[in-house]
Design a binder for this molecule. Sequence first.
Ligand code: DQA
Length: 143
Amino acid sequence: MTKRIFVLNGPNLNLLGTREPEIYGTQSLKDIEQAMRAAAPDCDIAFRQTNSEGELVDWVQEASQTAHAVILNAAAYTHTSVALHDALKACQARIYEVHLSNPAARDPFRQTNYVATCASASIAGLGARGYLVALEAARESLS
Ligand code: DQA
C-alpha cells in the first residue's frame, strides 16, 4: 500500500529562502519539497502551502479522510488557531509537527502552541532537516 503523506505549510512559509534567513535558513520551500520527494520515492506526498487559516483547516479535514500522516508546519497559526487545533484533534491521520526554528527559545507570544497537544511528535530547531526527520518517522510508523 502506498503511504499517502500530506505536508502542510502555513503562512509566510512561501517566503522561505529570503525570509529572515538567519532564523529560517536559506532553503526555499521548493528545495524542501524536492528533498522530501527524493527521500521518500515510495510515498505519495501532497506538498502544500497556504497563507489562509481556513484553507489549512480544510486540508487537515481532507487529510483525515485520505492520508496516513500529516507533517505540519502551521507557522504563526501554531500560536493562534483554535480552529486548527480542533481540526487536528478530529483528524484520523498521524500528526507530526515541524518548525524550522525552535519557538520555545523565542518570543513570549510563541510559547502558546495549539498544535503540539495534537501531534505524535514535535520537531523544532533543526532547520529544513526537521521535515526529513518527520518524514522518516512517519514512514517508519506506517511500515
Ligand atoms: C515557524 C515558527 C513560528 O513561530 C513562526 O511564526 C513561523 C515559522 C518555524 O518553522 O520555525 O512562521 O513555524
